[in-house]
Design a protein around this ligand. Structure first.
Ligand code: GTP
Ligand code: MG
Ligand code: NA
Length: 345
């Protein structure tokens, strides 16, 4: 009764792949930010969250959507960036656990690598459907960039030898995916979204293929996941990170997957020394299309709707544990039951 196909929440999309394939850079291009260059050694070491409102996505996909004209009812897209370095498998697990859909990023010059294969295994085990971005196409020798263009426009204007290198390398990726038991096709040749992995050639440097990537994600989620994406009043969230912030105290970065959070709500989270029951003092988000990890202006909210990356300020969060569920304590709930549930997670 509470759920309707006209009332959808934003899908959660996790970006995964081997180290340095360009995951953060792709998001930087979409956000018009420079998060990657601020990272120590250019290596992502945390989970990031960015909310893209639909207006923002509509602008980027406009040129493509003229032909396809899908009617997107989703409010937006919440994108989770993960580290590709081998030592952060736990963060990849955490990031992919709550995802509705994923982008697996492959470097066209390298093909499938160790963490690409690890990511495929994780996504399949968690049954998260994914598309594969074949990134860094601009590194094909002699590439003629067409900044921000849909990928077919860009491919159409490449000299023959460049197009031929692109085709050979893409075919190699298709063969390597086949070795992992996956059928894959360039997305514009793929009519079987559910059975066949769509490949989207991209460049995070020139922005080519990014309209395509977003369009494919929106189409996939809107067509295949309406049931899963119907807004539910039951709050669902996990703790992504625990952080000390100057002037605010200890905060938790939370991935709100369904339902709503309000300032003043009582939450239950797992702590090193037992369950923590505390009241939300502030509900914060970065500006739309900005990254959660980055220091900057946070926006205060009275109420937030899923899906969203949320920073929560409250007392007693010092020993909160990342990677566990967060519950709401309402008048109808049994506090001891929730405390047990949160510690069992
Ligand atoms: P981790 O998060 O550490 O796993 O890396 P990542 O996958 O986020 O890759 P990142 O965005 O840090 O990019 C790695 C390097 O590749 C940087 O030097 C980027 O500038 C470069 N790079 C990323 N995308 C592209 C691209 O499309 N073309 C070219 N030429 N270089 C790229
Ligand atoms: Mg990164
Ligand atoms: Na990197």
């Amino acid at each position: 009764k509470n759920r309707s196909p006209d009332d959808l929440r934003s899908p959660v999309c996790v970006v995964m792949g081997h180290v340095d394939t360009g995951k953060t850079k792709l998001l930087d291009k979409i956000r018009r930010t420079n998060v990657q260059e601020g990272e120590a050694g250019g290596i992502t070491q945390q989970i990031g969250a960015t909310y893209f409102p639909m207006d923002n996505l509509r602008n980027i996909t406009e040129r493509l959507n003229k032909d396809l004209s899908i009617d997107v009812k989703l409010p937006g897209l919440l994108v989770i960036d993960t580290p590709g370095h081998e030592s952060f498998a736990n963060l990849r697990h955490r990031g992919s656990s709550s995802a509705n859909v994923a982008v697996l990023v492959v470097d066209i010059m390298h093909g499938l690598e160790q963490q690409t294969i690890e990511s495929i295994k994780m996504l399949r085990a968690k049954r998260v459907p994914f598309v594969c971005a074949i990134n860094k196409v601009d590194r094909c020798y002699g590439w003629q960039p067409l900044p921000g263009a849909p990928i077919r426009e860009s491919l159409a204007q490449q000299p023959e030898n460049v197009f031929s290198e692109f085709e050979t390398r893409t075919q190699q990726v298709i063969t390597q995916l086949m070795e992992q038991g996956l059928n894959a096709k360039l997305y514009y040749e793929n009519k079987r979204f559910k059975q066949v992995v769509s490949l989207v050639p991209t460049s995070a440097h020139t922005g080519e293929g990014i309209p395509d990537l977003l369009m494919v994600l929106l189409t996939l989620t809107q067509r295949l996941m309406v049931e899963q994406l119907m807004f539910s009043p039951i709050m669902e969230a996990t703790v992504l990170d625990v952080k000390k912030i100057e002037g605010v105290g200890t905060t938790v970065d939370v991935l709100l997957m369904n339902g709503k959070l309000r300032r003043g709500d009582t939450i239950v989270v797992a702590g090193m020394n037992g369950p923590i029951v505390t009241q939300i003092r502030a509900l914060l988000t970065p500006q739309p299309a900005k990254e959660m990890r980055v220091k900057g202006e946070f926006v205060h909210h009275e109420e937030l709707r899923a899906a969203m990356g949320v920073k929560i300020a409250a007392q007693n969060l010092e020993d909160a544990i990342a990677g566990t569920s967060m519950f709401l304590l309402t008048d109808d709930d049994d506090e001891d039951e929730l405390k047990d549930a949160v510690m069992a997670d």
